[in-house]
Design a binder for this molecule. Structure first.
Ligand code: PEP
Length: 259
């Protein structure tokens, strides 16, 4: 594990926030705060409407663009959906798949998540696959079983070498609640996830980057991203202000230098 040399990644999930004008203003303010020299990859995931203009604004900046969802079919009569090739054309390299808000609020099933993941991989996107247990599941001692089952369901039939896959461990009870997981618990789950990935994917499983998400802030991020077992963080609320996201990236850079 300590031999893994990967760039840490901070992915910003803006959810259903920001107009195009607000997204562009964020990009300009963030660019003034971020040197781009610290070795941390930063991916901004705005709403669909801001993808293309933000992608244009980010060109040459070193910042990466991600979408928050995609549809599994290639193209066609699927009113309201957005295809992977459209995300690519808009400038996205990454896409969040199976976020718990989609699973729990919008009824996205394991089968839906699997189809979306496979489409993202087929089309050359970097999927950020979200997994995580609810509070009753954690309190019932089922957290590991739930997360492993979500991984197995999502990766069933996955190409054998998913070099572009990222997995975000996001305990549902920690998302948007201000109640972040203990770093030691997140570390434990990162090891569980890695063991499951290696059993599903063989040696390629070791290459998958594992992130933590759930009430990450500038004050707590280093507790996660400073560990060798954790390759970064997926950040919701604290990514909405440029200075807050810049502080999260800076603390991750500093934590990397300390390890
Ligand atoms: C998320 O939306 O993926 C998330 C982790 O949100 P927050 O950081 O607000 O908990």
């Amino acid at each position: 594990m300590s031999g893994r040399a990967v760039r840490k990644i901070i992915a910003a999930n803006w959810k259903m926030n920001k107009t195009v004008a607000e997204a562009l203003a964020f990009a300009d303010e963030f660019a003034a705060l971020w040197s781009g020299q610290g070795g941390v990859e930063v991916v901004i995931c705005p709403p669909f409407t801001a993808l293309y203009p933000l992608g244009q604004r980010l060109q040459g900046s070193g910042l990466l663009l991600g979408a928050q969802d995609l549809f599994w079919e290639e193209r066609g009569a699927f009113t309201g959906e957005v295809a992977a090739f459209m995300l690519r054309e808009a400038g996205a390299s990454h896409v969040i798949v199976g976020h718990s808000e989609r699973r729990h609020l919008l009824g996205e099933s394991d089968a839906d998540v699997r189809r979306k993941l496979q489409r993202a991989l087929q089309e050359g996107l970097y999927p950020i696959l979200c997994v995580g247990e609810t509070l009753p599941q954690r309190e019932g001692g089922e957290a590991e079983a739930v997360v492993c089952a979500q991984l197995r369901a999502a990766l069933q039939g996955c190409p054998p070498s998913p070099a572009r896959l990222l997995v975000a461990y996001e305990p549902v009870w920690a998302i948007g609640t201000g109640r972040n997981a203990e770093p030691a618990d997140a570390r434990h789950m990162a090891l569980v996830i890695r063991r499951e990935l290696e059993s599903l994917l063989g040696r390629a499983g070791a290459e998958v980057r594992v992130l933590y998400g759930g009430s990450v802030t500038p004050d707590n991020v280093a507790g996660y991203t400073g560990m060798v077992e954790m390759d970064g963080a997926l950040v919701g609320g604290a990514s909405l202000r440029p200075e807050s996201l810049a502080a999260i990236v800076r603390r991750t850079e500093e934590a990397g230098h300390a390890t």
